[in-house]
Design a protein around this ligand. Structure first.
Ligand code: PEP
Ligand code: MG
Length: 885
C-alpha cells in the first residue's frame, strides 16, 4: 500500500486516505486538503502513521519499499520548486515535522532548513543573494539537528552563541553579520564532532532519514508519553511525518511569518486575530525573543501599539491572507488556527486546524455561524463542549490578576471565591451575618456544617473526593469548592492553619478557584458571569433536539428557583436529610433518634412535622405542575449523634434525660462503617414513624399547594438504599397509607408515585422483582459506584489520583461513570425493570447525572431523565441534546 503521499504543486490529492487524519495525521491531512482547494501550500509529502507504528514495532528499520516511495516523493518537491536536494549551486531545503492525529503542542520534534551542508550553504548564499541569511540558516539547522536528531545538549550551542556575541560586543542576534555566523558555524561543527566522535553529517539524504527517524522516535519520548496519558491518546496511534519545501520568512523586509485565527478565540468575535513578525522564522514568533506585531490595523489601534500591523506594512500579502481565511472558514465551516509565512511578498500556508477557544467564544461562534448559514443548528449544538459552559455560569478569576498560589486540591465545585478564613460553620454564619465574606475551611464537612457552607462564599477541605459531602453539597448550592487539599493542616485550638509551608490564621483572606483547585493568598479579582443572548439561543436549540428530560438535585426553594432558571424540568432528588440538619431542628432530630421508645420518638417527630411540611410546601410552590422526587431520610443515624459535651448538656436540658444516659445511648448507636450501616430504608424499616411523618408532610404540603394554586406538584416519593423487594413493599404500603389518610382528611387528592433508588448491586440484579412494587427507579450512582467497586466515596481521594495516573481507571469513577462495570448494572436494571413494568420511569440522580460522558451512556440505555445540581442543568441539557443527535 501507499504510505507516502505528496501534496502541493501538481500532486494528486484524490485518495481519500490522504485526507484521513488517522492515516496522515492532522497536519498532513489538512495540508493536502488546503492544497486540493488551491491554496498556496509549499509542496511536500507525508509519511503515514502506519509507518511510524511499523517502525516502532519492528525495531527501527526502514524497508526498501519506504525508501523508494520517499525518493519518488522528494522528486515531486524538486520538480515543483525547480531546485534539487543537495544541489551545491541552488539547493532545495526542507522542513521535517511530526503530525499526529490530534495536535500535541510542543511534544514532538521538528527540524527546519534540512539539506544544508558546507557546499550547499554557499549555493543558498549565491542563489538568494544573501550570505547572512544563508549562514544564519545553516547555524540554525546545525543547532536544531544536533538537539533533535543527534541528541546533543543544546546548551552547548547556546553558550557558544553567547560567547561569540560577547566577544564581538554584540547584544542581539540580529546584529550578527554573515561573517559572524560563518565563524559560529565552524565552532558548532567542532562542538558536534567533539561530542559525537565523528563529523556533523554532510550527506543530505542521511540528514533526511535521521530527521524522519527522530520524529518517529519522539512519539515514544517521555514527554509525549506523559502528554498522551493526560489526554487519553492511545500509544498505538503513532505520528505521521511531514517533509515540506522550506519557505523563508527571514529573507528581508518583504518576508514575514505569523500565526493567526480566523476569529477571535477569546471572545468569538468575527475579527481576524493573530501576530506576525517581519524578517523572522517560525520559532521566533513563539519563542518570545522579539515582540510580535498585530495582524490588523484595528487590533493595533485598540492596543495603542506603534509597530505597523501586517495590514498596514504588507497590504498585498495581508489581502491575500484575508482571502485565504475566508476560503478556509467556508471549507472547514469552523474557526481555523493557521501558520503562514510570507517569502519575498508571496504568501504560503504551513498549517491549518480547528482552533481552540474559550467557552464564550465557542458559544458566540456557533450561534453566529448558524446566522451566517455556515452550519446548521445540530452542528452548532455539537460544537460546544458542555463542560465548558461551567466557565460561563460562575464568577471566574480575572485571568490578568496576579495569583500567589498556596497549594492545590481537587476542583470540586466550579467558580472562584475570596473571603476570610473561618474554621467552623457557626463562625461562618456569624461573620457572614455581619456582612463579611468568608471561606469555610474544614478537614472535611459533615451535614452539620450546612449552614456554614451556605453562609460562606466558598469551601475548602483537606480531605474528601469529588463526591465527598463538601463537594456534593457545594455543587448543589453553587458554592465554589476545593476539596481534598492534602497540604492543608488545621489546628482548631490555636485557630491557625498551614497550607504547604505557609502559616495562616482565622481571619486571613484567601481565594479559591473551584475550576482548577488552586488556593491563593489574598483576594484575587473576579469577573461576573455574563449569560449573554448566545447562551439562551443555543440552549433553546438543545432543548428542541434532546430526548431525555433534565431535572435538578435541590432541596431549598432558592436552589429550585435557580434550577428552573437554568431550565430544570422537575426535581430528580430532594435530599430530605439536609432539612434535618438545620441548626434549629437538630435538637428535635437528636431527641427522636436517641429516644428509647416509640412514644418519645413520636413526640419529637410531632415537632418536626410542621417544619417539614413547610419545607415541602415552599419547594412545591416553586415547582407546581412539575414532578418532584422527594427522597425519604437516608443518612446513617450515626451522623446525627451529638459529639461535644455541650451538645449532650443541651440535649439533656431539652429532654430531661441525664447526660450519662444520653451518652450511653449514643454509644449504642455508634457505628464502625456508617455508610453500610443503619441508613436508608433501614431507618424506615426500624423506625417507621420517621417515614410516616415525612410522607404525611409531603402529602399535606402537596394538598395545600393544590388548593391554593389550583395546580398540584407531582410528588414522587423515593425510598433509598433498597436491596430487596420486600423492603419496598413494606415502605410503599406505609406511604400509600399516609397518602390515603391525608387525602381523606383534606378532602382532596393529588397524583403521586412511589419508587426507589437503585444504589446497591443487589437492587440492580433484582430490578425485575423490585419493579413490581416501584413505579420508578432513580439510579443513585454515587452509592452504586461505592458498593460495586468497594471503594469508599469519602476516602477515595487519597488513592484515586495514582489509580487514574496508572490507567487503572480512565477517570475518577465518582466523577465519570464506570460505564464498563457499574454501567452494566444500570443497563441490566433498566432492562429488567422495563420487562416487568414497561412504563417504568427511569432516571439518574447520582453526581454522574451531570457528567456529559456519562450522559451519552444514559441516552444509549434509554433513561427518561437525568438529574443534576442546579449549575449543572444547562450542561446536562446540552449533553443530552448532543447524545441524541
Ligand atoms: C447516590 O447514592 O447516588 C445518591 C444520589 O444518593 P446520595 O448521594 O445522597 O447517597
Ligand atoms: Mg445514595
Amino acid at each position: 500500500v501507499q504510505t507516502v503521499y505528496t501534496f502541493g504543486g501538481s500532486a494528486d490529492h484524490s485518495d481519500e486516505r490522504q485526507k484521513d487524519k488517522t492515516v496522515t495525521g492532522g497536519k498532513g491531512a489538512n495540508l493536502a486538503e488546503m492544497a486540493s482547494i488551491g491554496l498556496p501550500v509549499p509542496p511536500g509529502f507525508t509519511i503515514t502513521t502506519e509507518e511510524c507504528v511499523k517502525y516502532l514495532q519492528e525495531g527501527a528499520e526502514f524497508g526498501e519499499e519506504l525508501r523508494a516511495q520517499v525518493a519518488g516523493a522528494l522528486k515531486h518537491i524538486e520538480a515543483t520548486v525547480g531546485k534539487s536536494f543537495g544541489d551545491a549551486s541552488d539547493p532545495l531545503l526542507v522542513s521535517v515535522r511530526s503530525g499526529a492525529r490530534v495536535s500535541m503542542p510542543g511534544m514532538m520534534d521538528t527540524v527546519l532548513n534540512l539539506g544544508l551542508n558546507d557546499d550547499t550553504v554557499a549555493g543558498l548564499a549565491s542563489a538568494s543573494g544573501d550570505a547572512r541569511f544563508a549562514w544564519d540558516s545553516y547555524r540554525r539547522f546545525i543547532q536544531m539537528y544536533a538537539d533533535v536528531v543527534l541528541g546533543l545538549d543544546h546548551g552547548l550551542f547556546e553558550e557558544a552563541l553567547e560567547i561569540a556575541k560577547d566577544e564581538k560586543g554584540l547584544y542581539a542576534d540580529t546584529e550578527m553579520e554573515a561573517r559572524d555566523w560563518k565563524e559560529l558555524v565552524a565552532e558548532y561543527k567542532t562542538i558536534a564532532e567533539k561530542e559525537l566522535g565523528h563529523p556533523f553529517p554532510q550527506d543530505v539524504t542521511e540528514q533526511l532519514w535521521g530527521a524522519i527517524q527522530a520524529v518517529f522516535d519522539s512519539w515514544d519520548s517521555d514527554r509525549a508519553k506523559v502528554y498522551r496519558r493526560l489526554n487519553d491518546i492511545p500509544a498505538h496511534w503513532g505520528t505521521a511525518v511531514n517533509v515540506q519545501a522550506m519557505v523563508f520568512g527571514n529573507m528581508g523586509a518583504t518576508s514575514a511569518t505569523g500565526v493567526a485565527f480566523t476569529r477571535d478565540p477569546a471572545t468569538g468575535e468575527r475579527a481576524y486575530y493573530g501576530e506576525y513578525l517581519i524578517n523572522a522564522q517560525g520559532e521566533d514568533v513563539v519563542a518570545g525573543i522579539r515582540t510580535p506585531q498585530y495582524l490588523t490595523k484595528a487590533a493595533r489601534e485598540k492596543a495603542n501599539a506603534k509597530p505597523l500591523s501586517m495590514e498596514e506594512a504588507m497590504p498585498e500579502a495581508y489581502g491575500e491572507l484575508a482571502r485565504v481565511f475566508d476560503l478556509l472558514e467556508h471549507h472547514y465551516k469552523d474557526m481555523q488556527d493557521i501558520e503562514f509565512t510570507v517569502q519575498q511578498g508571496t504568501l504560503w500556508m504551513l498549517q491549518t486546524r480547528s482552533g481552540k477557544r474559550t467557552a464564550k467564544a465557542a458559544l458566540k461562534m456557533a450561534v453566529d455561524m448558524v446566522g451566517e448559514g455556515l452550519i446548521d443548528e445540530k452542528t452548532a449544538i455539537l460544537r460546544v463542549d458542555p463542560m465548558a459552559l461551567d466557565q460561563l455560569l460562575h464568577p471566574t478569576l480575572d485571568p490578568k490578576a496576579h495569583r500567589d498560589i498556596l497549594g492545590t486540591g481537587l476542583p470540586a465545585s466550579p467558580g472562584a471565591a475570596s473571603g476570610k478564613i473561618v474554621l467552623d460553620a457557626d463562625t461562618a454564619e456569624q461573620w457572614s451575618g455581619r456582612g463579611e465574606k468568608v471561606i469555610l475551611v474544614r478537614v472535611e464537612t459533615s451535614p452539620e456544617d450546612i449552614h456554614g457552607m451556605h453562609a460562606a462564599q466558598g469551601i475548602l477541605t483537606a480531605r474528601g473526593g469529588m463526591t465527598s459531602h463538601a463537594a456534593v453539597v457545594a455543587r448543589g448550592m453553587g458554592r465554589p469548592c476545593v476539596s481534598g487539599a492534602s497540604t492543608v493542616s488545621i489546628d482548631r485550638a490555636s485557630k491557625t492553619l498551614r497550607i504547604g509551608n505557609r502559616e495562616l490564621k482565622e481571619g486571613d483572606t484567601i481565594t479559591i478557584d473551584g475550576a482548577n483547585g488552586q488556593i491563593m493568598a489574598g483576594e484575587v479579582r473576579t469577573i461576573e458571569p455574563e449569560l449573554a443572548g448566545d447562551f439562551g439561543v443555543l440552549m433553546e436549540w438543545a432543548d428542541k433536539h434532546r430526548r431525555m428530560r433534565v431535572r435538578t438535585n435541590a432541596e431549598t426553594p432558592a436552589d429550585c428557583k435557580m434550577a428552573r432558571q437554568f431550565g430544570a424540568e422537575g426535581i430528580g432528588l430532594c435530599r430530605t436529610e439536609h432539612m434535618f440538619f438545620d441548626a434549629s431542628r437538630i435538637r428535635a432530630v437528636r431527641q427522636m433518634i436517641l429516644a428509647e421508645d416509640e412514644k418519645t420518638r413520636r413526640a419529637a417527630l410531632d415537632k418536626l412535622l410542621p417544619e417539614q411540611r413547610a419545607d415541602f410546601k415552599a419547594i412545591f410552590e416553586v415547582m407546581v405542575g412539575l414532578p418532584c422526587t422527594i427522597r425519604l431520610l437516608d443518612p446513617p443515624l450515626h451522623e446525627f449523634l451529638p459529639h461535644e459535651d455541650a451538645d449532650f448538656a443541651d440535649l439533656a436540658d431539652a429532654t430531661g434525660l441525664g447526660v450519662d444516659h444520653l451518652k450511653r445511648r449514643a454509644g449504642e448507636l455508634h457505628e464502625f462503617n456508617p455508610m453500610l450501616g443503619h441508613r436508608g430504608c433501614r431507618l424506615g424499616i426500624t423506625f417507621p414513624e420517621i417515614y410516616e411523618m415525612q410522607a404525611r408532610a409531603i402529602f399535606e404540603a402537596a394538598c395545600e399547594v393544590a388548593k391554593t394554586s389550583g395546580e398540584a406538584p407531582i410528588p414522587e416519593v423515593m425510598i433509598p438504599l433498597i436491596a430487596t423487594k420486600r423492603e419496598l413493599e413494606i415502605l410503599k404500603a406505609l406511604v400509600d397509607k399516609a397518602a390515603a389518610e391525608v387525602f381523606a382528611a383534606q378532602g382532596i387528592a393529588v397524583d403521586y408515585l412511589v419508587g426507589t433508588m437503585i444504589e446497591l448491586p443487589r437492587a440492580a440484579l433484582m430490578a425485575g422483582e423490585i419493579a413490581e412494587e416501584g413505579a420508578f427507579f432513580s439510579f443513585g450512582t454515587n452509592d452504586l459506584t461505592q458498593t460495586t467497586l468497594g471503594v469508599s466515596r469519602d476516602d477515595s481521594a487519597r488513592f484515586l489520583a495514582p489509580y487514574v495516573e496508572k490507567g487503572i481507571f480512565p477517570r475518577d469513577p465518582f466523577v465519570s461513570l464506570d460505564i464498563e462495570g457499574v454501567g452494566q448494572l444500570v443497563e441490566l436494571a433498566a432492562e429488567r425493570g422495563r420487562a416487568t413494568r414497561p412504563d417504568i420511569k427511569l432516571g439518574i440522580c447520582g453526581e454522574h447525572g451531570g457528567d456529559p460522558a456519562s450522559i451519552a451512556f444514559y441516552e444509549s440505555v434509554g433513561l427518561d431523565y437525568v438529574s443534576a445540581s442546579p449549575y449543572r442543568v444547562p450542561i446536562a441539557r446540552l449533553a443530552a441534546a448532543q447524545s441524541s443527535l
